[in-house]
Design a protein around this ligand. Structure first.
Ligand code: GLO
Ligand code: MG
Length: 346
């Protein structure tokens, strides 16, 4: 096992959400962005993830000069408070231009909007001091198979990413695959797709991945195996840990809330692969339950981090020698029980 190291933690402003769902309004009143930044330090987190319009709200109504000015102001504030910007992501799923997709929209004017906005996101990231751009390709897919051509869509995605890579020679792009929601079928649904896609771009070394637990489960895949796969290519540049109870809507539950053993296995492979040693963060893409009262608003983040750290202890104290023996003896029944008892505290 790789030498022990400490982890750095991160979340995004959207992880302090207000409880709205498609069937009902918010259940907690909105808090300011400044308040969210303050909570990050209180909770002992190190970095924040940003959408482009967290940095410059109402971004489409602003000039490039104004956006840069707001990014510089935020950078100053972050430096003052000792908070790192982990990544910036273009929020390409809210605008009227992206109703039918962003980079894969059938309308060239809408595609251009998506590219222009993405290039601005790269400029924001440079000002905030991060080289990492995350692309969750929310609307790149179909509700209806006949509505778009899959191969053409791949070409359009490559064109868009190539423009980003050319715009900033240092930027790295982490694709965050998700198989569905909001689309019926997404074009880059798994880590395998994301890493194969990277090979088609003009600088594949700068295109990698971000794994989210819930998205792997929605694809019917094992998050720990997905982590191992991405890390075999040195392409796991960020991580959204959370949990998900089967094939339902995207739940973004606290880490390990549904499946403690799967969470243990995710932490174990992160340990084995030395995740974090190149400066990568452990981010929690978790939301409070809709029922959560305002006074308990931060608990899901605090709990996820605590659970993660407890599971690091569990991974480090797992009896590897005994496990090896049981594997050699092909006694997987005993191995199974050994894992269960270890998690139960024996
Ligand atoms: C939604 C995604 C979303 C992204 C975030 C960063 O399912 O997980 O939360 O991680 O927008 O781009
Ligand atoms: Mg995510």
């Amino acid at each position: 096992m790789a030498k022990a190291h400490t982890y750095k933690f991160c979340f995004g402003p959207w992880n302090l959400s207000e409880g709205a769902d498609p069937y009902g309004p918010t259940t907690r009143s909105a808090q300011s962005f400044a308040w969210k930044l303050e909570q990050l330090k209180h909770l002992g987190f190190d970095a924040m993830m940003f959408h482009d319009d967290d940095v410059a709200p109402d971004i489409d109504a602003k000039s490039e000069a104004q956006i840069r000015k707001e990014a510089k102001e935020l950078r100053k504030r972050l430096d003052g408070e000792g908070i790192i910007a982990e990544m910036v992501a273009p929020r390409l799923w809210f605008a009227p231009q992206t109703i039918d997709g962003a980079y894969t929209n059938n309308d060239p004017k809408c595609r251009q909007y998506a590219i222009d906005r993405s290039l601005r996101t790269l400029d924001i990231a440079r000002i905030l001091g991060t080289d990492l751009i995350v692309l969750w390709l929310a609307r790149e897919g179909t509700y209806l198979r006949e509505a778009k051509r899959g191969r053409r869509s791949v070409e359009l995605l490559v064109e868009a990413v190539d423009k980003m890579l050319a715009h900033d020679k240092k930027v790295r792009i982490a694709i965050e695959p998700k198989p569905n929601e909001p689309m019926d079928h997404a074009y880059l649904p798994t880590i395998g797709h994301a890493l194969a896609f990277a090979q088609l771009t003009c600088d594949s070394k700068r295109v990698g991945a971000l794994i989210e637990t819930a998205h792997c489960i929605l694809a019917g895949l094992d998050p720990a195996d997905e982590i191992d796969f991405a890390m075999s290519f040195d392409k796991l540049w960020s991580l959204h840990l959370n949990d998900q109870n089967g094939l339902k809507f995207d739940q973004d539950k606290p880490f390990a809330s549904t499946n403690l053993r799967s969470a243990f296995n995710q932490v174990r492979v992160l340990e084995q692969n030395g995740y974090g040693k190149n400066g990568e963060y452990v981010c929690f893409d978790v939301h409070p339950f809709r029922t959560t009262k305002a006074e308990h608003w931060l608990a899901h983040l605090d709990n996820s981090r605590r659970t993660f750290l407890r599971l690091v202890e569990k991974a480090r104290s797992f009896n590897e020698a005994k496990a090896k023996q049981l594997i050699a003896d092909r006694d997987y029944q005993a191995l199974d029980q050994m894992v269960i008892e270890h998690l139960l505290g024996r």
